[in-house]
Ligand binder design. Structure first.
Ligand SMILES: *Cc1c(COP(=O)(O)O)cnc(C)c1O
Length: 367
C-alpha cells in the first residue's frame, strides 16, 4: 500500500460505486432490451436537430472550446432575460455546485440542506471542511420553517431543490418567499431547478425574477434532464454578477466542451421539441399516478420526471427482479429512502411494460 497521505475527510467518504451500464445489464441477464429508469435522464433524447448537426461533422473539436461560451451565453441570457455576466456554466450543474462551495466555504462555516437531498451539496461542503446541518423533510417536502430556524451565525449557504430529488415535491411561491424574506442577505440561497421544466406552468415560481431583488439568490438549471444531453455534461447557475465573476475565477477555463456548447444552443432553439416531450411526460405522470392509486401503492406526487414509490422491506428483491427483466431503477437505500424505489418516467409503451411488471412484483412481495 502506498504511503501517500489522503485527507481524512476523503478517507471517511463511502467508496464511489458506479452504477451498472445498460451494456453490463444486457450481458449479465442476457437481455435484448434494457431500460434505464434510474437517473432521471430524458428518454426522448436530445432534439433531432442536435443529432443532425453532429452527423454532419464538427471540425471545431481540434480547437479548445470557447471558455466564455459566448454564443450560448447570448442565447440563454436573452431567453432568461438576464445579463450575460450573471450566468456561470459548468461541466454539469454538479461542477457549479462544487465551485460555489469552493468559493465560499471553509472550516468555520456551515451549509443547510434538507434531508434527504441531492448528494453533491454535502460532498462539496465536506471537501471544504464545512459543517453540514440537515433539516429532515416534513411529509416528503422541504420544511422551510425549520430551515430558517436552523440558521446560525456560521451559516453560509442554504441549498433548496424544486422539484426536489428524490421526492419530486416542490416549494410553493409562499415557501420560497418565506425563505428569502427570513434569511440575512449574507447567506447564499441556492435554488436547484434541475427539473423545473417538468412542472405545470401554474406551479412555477419564476425564480429568475427574484434575482433582481435578492442578490444572495443563485438559481441553477441543467441541460441534463429535459434537454436530453446528460452525457455531454453542461449546466449553469444564474446569480449576482460579482458573485459569479469570483466563482468563475476559480474555474478551469475549458470545463464546458465545444460539443456540449453547440448541442445546448441547438437544444434551446428547438422549443417545439422540448414542449412536446414535456407534455408527454406530464400526461404519463398523471396516468401512472392513477394506476398506482388504483393499486393502493404509496407514492409521492411528483412534479418531475420520476416517481418515488414505497415498496416495503422487500425492495431489493423487487429491484433485482426488475433488473432481470431489463428495468434499471434507483433503490431508495441510496437516496435516503430505504423501502422505496425511484423510477424515471419514460416513453408510454415502456412505462406500460414497467408499471405492469412493477405492480405484479409489488403484490408478490407484499403479501
Ligand atoms: C440531475 C440533477 C442535477 C443535474 O446535474 P448535472 O450535473 O447538470 O447533470 C442537479 N441537481 C439535481 C437535484 C439533480 O437531480
Amino acid at each position: 500500500m502506498t504511503k501517500i497521505k489522503i485527507k481524512p475527510w476523503i478517507l471517511n467518504l463511502p467508496e464511489y460505486i458506479p452504477g451498472g451500464t445498460i451494456e453490463d445489464i444486457r450481458e449479465k441477464y442476457n437481455l435484448k432490451e434494457v431500460y434505464k429508469l434510474a437517473s432521471n435522464e430524458n428518454i426522448f433524447g436530445p432534439s433531432p436537430k442536435v443529432i443532425e448537426f453532429f452527423q454532419a461533422g464538427f471540425d471545431d473539436i481540434k480547437y479548445y472550446p470557447d471558455s466564455y461560451c459566448r454564443q450560448l451565453r447570448e442565447k440563454l441570457s436573452f431567453k432568461l432575460g438576464v445579463d450575460e455576466e450573471s450566468i456561470i456554466f459548468g461541466n454539469g450543474t454538479d461542477q457549479v455546485i462544487e465551485m460555489i462551495c469552493d468559493a465560499i466555504l471553509d472550516d468555520t462555516k456551515n451549509i443547510i440542506i434538507p434531508d434527504p437531498t441531492f448528494l453533491t451539496y454535502e460532498k462539496s461542503a465536506l471537501k471544504n471542511n464545512a459543517k453540514v446541518l440537515k433539516v429532515p423533510l416534513l411529509n416528503y417536502r422541504q420544511d422551510v420553517k425549520s430551515i430558517v430556524k436552523s440558521v446560525n451565525k456560521d451559516t453560509a449557504i442554504i441549498f433548496l431543490t424544486s422539484p426536489h430529488n428524490p421526492t419530486g415535491t416542490i416549494l410553493t411561491k409562499e415557501e420560497f418567499e418565506y425563505i428569502l424574506n427570513n434569511i440575512k442577505d449574507d447567506i447564499l440561497i441556492v435554488l436547484d431547478e434541475a427539473y423545473v421544466e417538468f412542472m405545470p406552468e401554474k406551479d412555477k415560481i419564476d425564480s429568475i425574477k427574484y434575482l433582481k431583488h435578492f442578490n444572495n439568490l443563485l438559481v441553477m438549471r441543467t441541460f441534463s434532464k429535459i434537454y436530453g444531453i446528460a452525457g455531454l455534461r453542461i449546466g449553469y447557475g444564474v446569480g449576482d454578477k460579482n458573485l459569479i465573476a469570483n466563482i468563475t475565477k476559480l474555474m478551469q477555463p475549458f470545463v464546458v466542451n465545444s460539443i456540449a456548447q453547440v448541442a445546448a444552443i441547438i437544444s434551446l432553439e428547438d422549443e417545439e421539441n422540448i414542449n412536446k416531450n414535456i407534455e408527454i411526460i406530464i400526461n404519463e405522470r398523471e396516468r401512472l399516478f392513477k394506476i398506482l392509486e388504483k393499486e393502493n401503492i404509496t407514492f409521492i406526487k411528483s412534479y418531475s420526471n420520476f416517481i418515488l414509490v414505497k415498496t416495503g422491506d422487500k425492495s431489493s428483491e423487487i429491484i433485482e427482479e426488475l433488473l432481470k427483466n431489463g428495468f434499471m431503477v434507483r433503490g431508495g437505500d441510496f437516496l435516503g429512502f430505504p423501502g422505496y424505489i425511484r423510477f424515471s418516467i419514460s416513453l408510454p409503451e415502456i412505462n406500460e411494460k414497467f408499471i405492469n411488471l412493477f405492480i405484479s412484483l409489488f403484490k408478490k412481495y407484499n403479501n
